[in-house]
Structures are given as C-alpha cells and as structure tokens.
Design a protein around this ligand. Structure first.
Ligand SMILES: C[S@@+](CC[C@H](N)C(=O)[O-])C[C@H]1O[C@@H](n2cnc3c(N)ncnc32)[C@H](O)[C@@H]1O
Length: 230
C-alpha cells in the first residue's frame, strides 16, 4: 500500500470512509487506495466534487476569521471535523486570538461546559443523516446546548436537480455512510430561528469572498451561511 499511511489498529482500510475520501479531495495524505478509487469515481460523474471540499474549507477560513476577528468569539466547536488538514479551525482562530479554544468532534458525543458564545461549524456533514427531520433535530440539539449569542457556520451540498441529487446519493451509498444533498430551502431551514449574517445563505464561495481561497472556483454545490443565536 505504497503512498498510504500505515493502517492503525481498529481502522478498516478495506471500505471507503467519508473523512478519508474528503481528505483525498483536499489533497491530504490520510487516505487509502479504496478511498481514492471512490473519490475518482465520484469525480468522473460529478465534476464539482473537485471544488466542493476546497470551497467548504475556504468558507470555513473566512467564517472563522470573521467570528474570531470581528465578533470576538474565543470558543469553537467544529462538528464533523474530518481528518486534520491545512487551515484547521484552531490554526485560523489562534492566529487571530491565541487564547481561542477549539473542540473537534467527529462521530463522538458532545459533552461541554459552556458559558461564553461559541462558534459552531458543521460543514459537509449533516448530509450524512439522510432523514431531514433527524438532521434538523440534531442541529437543534447542538444549538440548544450553546450559550446565547453563539454562532453557527453551516454548509452542505445543495442540489435542486433530481439527477444531481441522485448522483450524490449514489456515490455515498457505496461508502460506509450514506449521504444526501439538500435543496436550497432545506439548507436554509437549518438556520430557522437564527439571525443570518449578510450576505445570507447561498454558494459558500459568495460568503464574503476574500484573499483566502483554496483552489475553489465559483462553481460549487456547497451552500451555506453564518448565523447568530438571537
Ligand atoms: C464530508 S466530511 C467534511 C469534513 C470537514 N467538515 C470539511 O468540511 O472539510 C464529513 C465528516 O463528518 C463526519 N461525520 C459523519 N457523521 C458524523 C456524526 N454523526 N458525528 C460527527 N461526525 C460525523 C465524517 O466522519 C467526516 O469526517
């Protein structure tokens, strides 16, 4: 398995995993041949896959920069973090405010003692919960656990076209976790009850575009926004 990391105890390298396929698309090294095969197969039927992961991460950089810089948020919870890669949440926040604290969660229960506003980021992750009501309920559980004035940075794959949605669903059915894309209305519904910051919910490439881009193009199905708990 040249070019791949050693397989740690308890890790199954025989079936693709979402975190590792995403890592592959982000140009990381923590993936195995089976993840690259699926990543390349997805790309063949869905070219936007080349930019979605990077667009999502560039969005994360801009959003966390805003929260740490302008909103003075010092605590961050990154749910569905994925594998460590470049531009991790702690690197972005601590470059602005070294005292920032970041908790990463990936398939782990959340247990926190919170008394100051938190920046919760969930990017490219809730599609892993195919049932919309269940995904919205999980979002509500997170938001209810956070103190007043906390922020949500949310993005996920958007598809209004059935054929694209089916393509997305198909690739992920062959991975170990299913995935579903959402309509724009569904993406927007994750922000229900929150004050959405300008410019609103849309392609993440249009969320306050700036200097930090990670090879992304304007064509992305990664949609999202940033909002504050009122
Ligand atoms: C498509 S990756 C996105 C990673 C990262 N947020 C990014 O944008 O680069 C989705 C991640 O969600 C994780 N995940 C899936 N279900 C989860 C759950 N129930 N709780 C926490 N993480 C989960 C997967 O393991 C994977 O690392």
């Amino acid at each position: 398995m040249s070019g791949s990391p050693a397989v740690p105890d308890g890790v199954d390298a025989s079936a693709p995993r979402s975190a590792r396929v995403w890592n592959y698309r982000l140009g990381g090294k923590d993936d195995y041949p089976v993840d690259r095969v699926l990543g390349d197969r997805i790309l063949a039927t869905y070219p936007e896959f080349a930019t979605d992961a990077r667009a999502g991460r560039a969005f994360l950089v801009r959003a966390i920069t805003h929260l740490a810089g302008q909103e003075k948020v010092r605590g961050f919870l990154d749910a569905g973090t994925g594998l460590p890669t470049h531009h991790n949440t702690h690197e972005i926040a601590q470059a602005i405010a070294p005292e920032s604290r970041v908790v990463y969660v990936d398939n782990d229960p959340m247990v926190l003692d919170l008394d100051r506003p938190i920046g919760l980021s969930i990017i490219g992750t809730l599609g892993h919960i195919p049932d919309l009501e269940q995904a919205l309920g999980l979002m509500r559980t997170y938001l209810d656990a956070l103190p007043w004035g906390s922020f949500l940075v949310f993005g996920d794959l958007m598809s209004e076209e059935t054929s694209t949605a089916e393509a997305v669903d198909q690739w992920y059915e062959s991975a170990t976790l299913p995935y579903r894309s959402h309509s724009l209305a569904e993406i927007t519904s994750f922000f229900d009850g929150l004050d959405i910051l300008s410019p609103g919910v849309g392609p993440v490439t249009e969320w306050r575009p700036g200097d930090v881009e990670i090879g992304s193009s304007p064509d992305t199905d990664m949609y999202g926004g940033v909002a504050r708990e009122p």
